[in-house]
Design a protein around this ligand. Structure first.
Ligand SMILES: [Zn+2]
Ligand SMILES: [Zn+2]
Length: 313
């Protein structure tokens, strides 16, 4: 009998932030889709900490309720589905990071470290690289004088700072900055490849040096892992995973393990387009470094040739 790998889905949003479904509905979907683990990664609140207003982050007031609900689901599903408590935590220079006490003191199972915000050096308003096109263009013009190269560099600089600071297990959508730039002539492709190499190198080092990182210690050789995120495809914004196949190739060269995630904002997306992620990972040369979070432990498991069976299924 063919062995089909059991995937996890660890990047998920619910009604506690900007998702459509509640925790129980997401758990049920994960169980029906035969996932071995489902993790919740609410956008950790930023307003109290940074003063930035947001309609897509969890409100500071529901923080406690969120952790309670996830922990209750963990108990309810015990023996059937591994439920993990996580956060997607923004890195906002000097304002928010995975090392913040409010997050570490609830002892989450894992954290996804993501850069969404750029803080322009000229004092213009912080903005997100993945917001609506008009907002992005406004940020580009006001914050970077229309210089896409400067914007891109600012994004990867922030990501390098975040990796150096550490405290998280999964690097979120490493090239999210492409979302509003794909197909645009102004984009400095070659320079971006250079920055991707820097990122992959830094993550590779973090993956090799697991000191101080709970999941890294548990995994032995994997401190930080990079996600292969199908969220852009699931929500029909782009037709490829974050990060791109080229970027994944560089991750592979730097021995960065990867994990497939859906960045689901509804139950139906919980395993959305995993086949595209698998194909991309395989063509990027990952034959034995694809990992999942294994049932009942936080350990990481290599899936190897089973991925081919997944595609054939
Ligand atoms: Zn994100
Ligand atoms: Zn997300």
């Amino acid at each position: 009998m063919k062995k089909i790998p059991q995937f996890s889905s660890l990047h998920n949003h619910t009604i506690f932030c900007d998702g459509k479904d509640d925790i129980e509905t997401m758990c049920r979907a994960a169980y029906e889709k035969k996932l071995c683990a489902v993790g919740f990664s609410a956008h950790a609140p930023i307003t109290k900490k940074t003063g930035i207003e947001s309609d897509w982050h969890m409100k500071d007031e529901v923080f406690g309720k969120y952790t309670e609900h996830v922990l209750a689901a963990k108990k309810r599903w015990r023996g059937k589905l591994e439920v993990l408590l996580g956060f997607e935590i923004d890195y906002i220079k000097g304002l928010r990071s995975a090392l913040d006490r409010d997050i570490t003191e609830v002892n989450p199972d894992y954290l996804i470290g993501s850069v969404h915000y750029l803080i322009p050096a000229n004092g213009a308003k912080p903005f997100t690289v993945d917001g609506p096109q008009e907002e992005f263009s406004q940020g580009l013009n006001e914050g970077f004088n229309g210089d896409a190269r400067a914007l891109m560099n600012s994004y990867y600089d922030a990501q390098l700072e975040m990796i150096a600071l550490g405290g998280f297990e999964i690097l979120g959508h490493a090239d999210l900055v492409k979302k509003n730039c794909i197909g645009k002539n102004l984009w400095p492709r070659e320079e971006e490849v250079y920055r991707q190499k820097e990122i992959a190198h830094a993550v590779g080092n973090a993956a090799g040096n697991a000191a101080g990182n709970a999941a890294g210690k548990a995994a032995g050789n994997a401190g930080v892992i990079a996600e292969v995120n199908t969220g852009g495809i699931n929500r029909k914004k782009i037709n490829e995973v974050y990060p791109s196949e080229t970027f994944l190739r560089v991750f592979r060269e730097n021995n960065v393990p990867v994990i497939i995630t859906a960045d689901a904002h509804s139950a139906e997306e919980i395993k959305g387009n995993y086949n595209i992620a698998v194909k991309t990972i395989l063509s990027a040369g990952f034959l034995d470094h694809v990992i999942i979070f294994r049932k009942s432990t936080k350990k990481i498991k290599y899936v190897k040739e089973k991925l081919l069976n997944f595609l054939a299924d």
